[in-house]
Design a protein around this ligand. Sequence first.
Ligand SMILES: [Ca+2]
Ligand SMILES: [Ca+2]
Length: 161
Amino acid sequence: MNDDEYLIFFYTGGDTLTGLIRPDFKNKTGEFIWSDAYNETKIIHPAIGDFDGDGQLEAICFKYKDGVHCYNTADGKIEWKNMDMEKPDAVATADIDGDGKCEVIATHGDKIYCIGYNVIKWTYQMSCSVGPPALADIRANGLLSIVVAGSDGNIYAVEQK
Ligand SMILES: [Ca+2]
Ligand SMILES: [Ca+2]
């Protein structure tokens, strides 16, 4: 594999920047393919997946001044922005409902919610605050469970119907 076959999507906290670089490992350098939103975001991981089922990866990134950005990872084009999505504390990405398109599973306080391509698909109210979501088929039934640690000391598993 050649060095130039690697592309790295990045998203930094603190002095922040979102973008894509093509690293040149041999010469210990690299080039920006695109970058956006200098010093605008807070630290939360982006959700990367194919959210509209077109075979191309998007990056859904949170907490910009103008809301959520959905980037086409290849060229940095913003496919949509949304001011109405809550600001999650943590996210995980998977095709949770088996429709061939990824969703973002996000937690915020005592809520779990599921974000599709520019839409909140559902929200689930928990009885206490929960931490970052983990996704796994813990019941071995072919369905992913959303596993979260609650502030009450319990571990919860939530499954999409
Ligand atoms: Ca896509
Ligand atoms: Ca899906």
